[in-house]
Design a protein around this ligand. Sequence first.
Ligand code: F6P
Length: 556
Amino acid sequence: MQSPVDATTTEAWGRLSALAHDYRPDLRTWFAEDPGRTERLTHTAGDLFVDLSKNWIDGSVQEALVDLADQVHLTDRIDAMFRGDRINVTEDRSVLHTALRKPAGHSLVVDGKDVVADVHAELEKMYAFARRVRSGEWRGVTGKTIRTIVNIGIGGSDLGPVMAYEALKPYGQLGLECRFISNIDPTDAAEKTFLLDPETTLVIVASKTFTTLETLTNARIVKSWLLTSLRDRGAIVEGQENEAVAKHFVAVSTALDKVAAFGIDPANAFGFWEWVGGRYSVDSAVGTSLAVYIGPDNFEAFLAGFHVMDEHFRTAPIEENVPALMGLLNVWYNNFHGAQSHAVLPYAQYLHRFAAYLQQLTMESNGKSVRWDGTPVTTDTGEIFWGEPGTNGQHAFYQLIHQGTRLIPADFIAVANPANPTRDGENDVHELFLGNFFAQTKALAFGRTADEVRAEGVREELVSARVFAGNKPTTSIMAPELSPSVLGQLIALYEHITFTQGVVWGIDSFDQWGVELGKAMAKDLTPAVSGDEAAIEAQDQSTKALIRYYRAERHG
Ligand code: F6P
């Protein structure tokens, strides 16, 4: 196996270290002295207009970052991913989420199979199903049309679908709604099935492996709820259970044998492939709930959006390549300036689950301590991604970004056209909203000096508390509107940012071994939690005390 380049030993890394030493960003001066700065540092990728000019970047930094990409062979790695090389080495898999959105008629042969043809065959099956549900042709066991889709899944089988469902509400079919059950906390299933009509509910069990404890447990809970509620209202009689399951349950998985073992007819199952990572799967059959809700045409537009960004990432030179530049800037902040987190702040309420989605995408991908050849990483990896929509975040945590002691690079996202144009008297409310978007990145970049504060008449003893240091780096991303295509472009943008950072760090961004230990231990702990004395005694002192507390406090 070829070892990754150790980025820290490259010439470009050395140059970046020298540049970072005593680095004094001065966005006020840089903007004042260089009227071409924004134009030079603004790029378009598909429909996205991306302004990097409020970042800690100048000619020398940009050149060194681009050279770093070259010296870690980023372009070769991009080619290897798109080609279907087994770059997920610890799982010995290709990484081909980009094949999920290649247009029909394209071809990509991997291990003797045209994966694009397979993708489109499965898409057609999913679209046919979506059409039947949307048109009312697919009916429940009592002959009623479907009104609610319940998606049961967790991690990548939940976060993408729920985020995209929320983001694309204006594109959904009226009279249809989706609910998402993920947590094994029984409250999740209880709340999501509360007052739900089983006769008009269709359940999608989504699990790549079809072994995930949470999903299979929730699927059994919901199956039992459905059959009991149908029986209780006399909608089905003894012996009609299999028919009811067939009309109300479908599945999405790469393991269709396990779907059948669970009791769902494989004819009602939509497949995908092991070369699609869970967190990269919203554009596969994992998006079935979304495809039903927004319809095949909009889902096609969603996929086309991903593809636009894929093509940009695959073909644009690094100095104009938006995902690559954003990933390299993240490396600059993380590894040379000690940033530990990165905020993503959409000024679009419909994107209110976007940061939650990105948390899995970025942190499950790049939270690694060894490189793809098993050797230790040579620098910090995987910053913490977080965020909330503006303007809500402004009234919660922006104080820390503006005046705290930590460096928090932030991405601001907004669209020009509101989905719900609204006036408040003289005011276009979207413009009040966007005023905040523009103001925040401006305030973060340029701050407010002590003299400016004094000039406002503030008493001298309060001046320091009212000073804004500025020079807080931000990237502004704008698009015409939050369409399915733009959402696809945004998701692919962050997928490729994540990949770029992973390449610099030499890690496998596509495995997730770090989630396994807790899963195994949870299973092993079951007898102790259920009161097996010997199993409790075998625990460490803290776990033992916690289980004993639980057993003493649990009623009944
Ligand atoms: O536990 C982590 C994980 O493996 C994720 O990577 C994945 O998205 C999630 O669990 C759900 O897995 P599955 O789709 O196989 O149920």
